[in-house]
Design a protein around this ligand. Sequence first.
Ligand SMILES: [Zn+2]
Length: 140
Amino acid sequence: MSRIRTPVPPFAAFEPGLSKFEKLATQDPRIRAMVSATVSGRLDEACALLNAMLELSGTSVQVRRVPEGWALTTTDAVESAAECVSSLAHLIATDGWRRIKVCEKPSCTQIFIDRTNGSIRLYCDSHRRSADRQGTLREP
Ligand SMILES: [Zn+2]
């Protein structure tokens, strides 16, 4: 019985990240869940968990399944989740929470940042425009 030889990864090139991963894996439940999925053979689930952690970390790198195995891709999203929450944190530290709003049209759940001088905006972009056309601010 012969073993199939696969190339050995350049482990040194992945340090110190891999060593940190081994330390974190015992503490971080997300990494534990990913490893659990991995060793159970649920690789697409493991990949989804890894990609979620990558997105939260603010990196644009993702892993995806390809016919030859796995490949790195870069997301084309300009703003990562980390950039979004970082910008939000700066806004809150500058002006508090009052500008984070949900459209007041009853059928709408759109979230928006109120950028008006007096923080008086009530509606999302699409419903604010219809309110302007009808000449009323309260009834879009
Ligand atoms: Zn709306």
